[in-house]
Design a protein. Structure first.
Length: 318
């Protein structure tokens, strides 16, 4: 089965998922523009009958999302102000981020870009490529979204060819959660594209709980690593998902066991509807110090927060 066919089997309705999980009486929230979207692979990891499962919690549209909490906004990280064109965000020196698509392998309820006004179905990047070409300070392009691996290999290849033609760009970063839900996406044509380019690829995956991982996922990532592509993980600290020292320890140790290095542990971006996921910073700092005690230094992520207007993701120092 192709990854597209696998993706078509995603759960997109709560009654169907509830039946599959044997969970009764829990009401799903019919979110107006960000519906349930969960790959089978992840659904199968959810404990049957457990409405508090840490995987389910990340994807179940809960009624709490309808709450309007002071301090939580539609654009918590200032994406709008960093928009150089429809699909180009530039916040940090040397790096520019392409919002390649609105589509994702899954819908994470705490996503800070869930309200972004994506350009609908249009895979041209003329304006963005022109701006990147005109700014020789840009040495790295980050493919983001949405999830850049939602694009077909053909569209990706075409985009990468255009980026390659800009001599000052050296590195190509993928920010993707696809391998966690549909590792089949790391297919032979994609690997060929990555191998052929003169750009140095870097993969930043997004995994928040050890239960999300399995042997197929590690095998898919291993194919990237075999091409000497660094694979890093960026996680979000989430209430009720990974807010204990034991879970975080297990997550970062398991990733390290497979050569995936901890990059960031992100303080939750305060997007409207996600307040029930927030872990206070003081608690996060305590969790981090426990991690530093129990893990080798390279396995401990940098605990950061994105503050609009700051020149880098702000480290939350101990
Ligand atoms: C997070 C982000 C980056 C990447 O920042 P790093 O600290 O290099 O990982 C780049 N551009 C934008 C717009 C971002 O939001
Ligand atoms: S995969 Fe990433 S971009 Fe897509 S919903 Fe989840 S956090 Fe947001």
């Amino acid at each position: 089965m192709s990854w597209r066919e696998i993706q078509k089997q995603n759960f997109t309705s709560w009654p169907k998922l509830a039946a599959f999980l044997q969970i009764e009486g829990l009401q799903g929230y019919a979110h107006p523009h960000f519906p349930l979207n969960l790959p089978r692979r992840l659904a199968e990891k959810i404990e049957k009958g457990n409405p508090h499962d840490p995987v389910l919690r990340q994807f179940l549209p809960s009624l709490e999302e309808a709450h309007k909490t002071p301090g939580f906004s539609l654009d918590p990280v200032g994406d709008q102000g960093a928009r150089k064109s429809q699909k180009l965000l530039k916040k940090y020196e040397g790096r520019a981020l392409l919002v390649t698509t609105s589509a994702c392998a899954m819908h994470c309820r705490f996503c800070f870009r869930q309200n972004f006004d994506y350009v609908s179905k249009d895979f041209t990047f003329d304006q963005e490529l022109k701006l990147i070409g005109e700014d020789p300070s840009i040495t790295e392009i980050i493919l983001s979204g949405g999830d850049p691996l939602s694009l077909s290999n053909t569209v990706l290849q075409n985009l990468i060819q255009h980026i390659v033609a800009i001599p000052h760009v050296k590195r190509l970063r993928f920010h993707t959660r696809f391998p966690i839900g549909i590792p089949e996406r790391i297919d032979a044509p994609l690997l060929e594209i990555l191998q052929a380019t003169r750009l140095q690829p870097i993969f930043v995956i997004h995994c928040n709980h050890p239960k999300e991982l399995d042997a197929d996922i590690f095998q898919a990532l291993r194919r990237l690593q075999a091409l000497r592509i660094p694979v890093l993980n960026s996680a979000v600290l989430l209430r009720g998902v990974n807010d204990t020292p034991a879970i975080l320890h297990e997550l970062f140790e398991l990733l390290s066991d497979h050569g995936i290095l901890a990059y960031y542990l992100n303080q939750l971006d305060r997007v409207q509807g996600a307040a029930h996921f927030e872990v206070p910073q003081q608690e996060g700092l305590k969790l981090l110090s426990e991690l530093m005690t129990s893990l080798p230094g390279y396995a401990v992520p940098r605990y950061v927060q994105e503050v609009a207007g700051e020149p880098y993701k702000t480290p939350l120092y101990l």
